[in-house]
Write a protein that binds this ligand. Structure first.
Ligand SMILES: Nc1ncnc2c1ncn2[C@@H]1O[C@H](COP(=O)(O)OP(=O)(O)OP(=O)(O)O)[C@@H](O)[C@H]1O
Ligand SMILES: [Mg+2]
Length: 241
């Protein structure tokens, strides 16, 4: 469960109000998609959820724990895939995954099993012996996804996770997201791909200029819009300036 209560965040000493009094709860088991135009505040929100940025005001709780007071316990429950797959270039893929295993305390045959499952699925079995600096964008994205999925976190946070993935990998990721939620995990992800949001999400939040412009199931969002044909139309209508 993720509880965001009256959270605000500004940059440049208040000049840019990136997130403005945002309140939002994502219960476990729900596939929650976070949409919004470029610069609306999605990544800023996500970075506050995972503890990279501190809110100026408001509180965030992860499974009931305050994200600042109990930062380490929150992080131990959470795996995060950032919008840019920038990772330790000089490590080999397998060294990076073993490092993640060490950080999250996953070892022995269980670590091996989990790593094998995902590197086979993402077709990285051969590549994990090479340094990450030799990986393509999509391969980097897949090794970071592997790292997040092997943790089997209770809370999974993905910032535009489909970017750069080929159709097979994208399909696999959607299956993994469904599996995570079916097992009672919490999932929060951002995307610009309306089709994925429409098909995959149980509930959708649309942020605009740091504020929630809409929140609900597809059916509920349809009720709020005049043009109900597609999520794309609803999105365009609700984010119009
Ligand atoms: N490090 C930073 N310093 C100053 N301003 C920032 C910084 N990061 C983000 N911003 C500003 O905060 C606002 C929200 O940015 P954010 O990255 O959260 O948007 P986003 O919804 O993730 O956009 P996108 O869809 O392009 O990824 C924007 O106005 C952006 O210019
Ligand atoms: Mg972003």
């Amino acid at each position: 469960m993720i509880e965001i209560e009256h959270v605000s965040k500004s940059y440049n000493k208040g000049a840019v109000r990136a997130v403005d009094d945002l309140s939002l709860t994502v219960p476990p088991g729900e596939i929650f998609g976070f949409l919004g135009p470029n610069g609306a505040g999605k990544t800023t929100t996500i970075k506050m959820i995972v503890g990279i940025l501190e809110p100026d005001a408001g509180t965030i709780r992860i499974n009931g724990l305050d994200s600042r007071a109990e930062a380490l316990r929150c992080k131990a429950m959470t795996a995060y895939v950032p919008d840019e797959p920038e990772i330790y270039e000089r490590l080999k893929g397998i060294e990076f995954l073993n490092f993640i295993g060490d950080v999250y305390g996953i070892d022995g045959p269980e670590r091996r099993r989990r790593i094998e499952r995902w590197i086979e699925a993402f077709e990285l079995t051969r590549a994990v012996g090479d340094p990450i600096q030799t990986y393509s964008h999509g391969m980097r994205q897949k090794i970071i996804l592997t790292a997040a999925l092997m943790v089997k976190p209770r809370v999974l946070i993905l910032d535009e996770p489909m970017v750069g993935l080929d159709p097979r990998s994208s399909h696999l990721l959607k299956e993994a997201m469904r599996e995570h939620c079916a097992g009672g995990g919490t999932l929060f992800f951002s995307t610009h791909i309306m089709e994925i949001a429409e098909r995959l999400c149980d509930r959708i939040g649309i942020i605009r200029k740091g504020r929630l412009a809409a929140l609900g199931t597809m059916a509920e969002l349809r009720d709020q819009a005049k043009d109900k044909a597609s999520l794309e139309n609803i999105f365009l209508e609700l984010t119009e300036s």
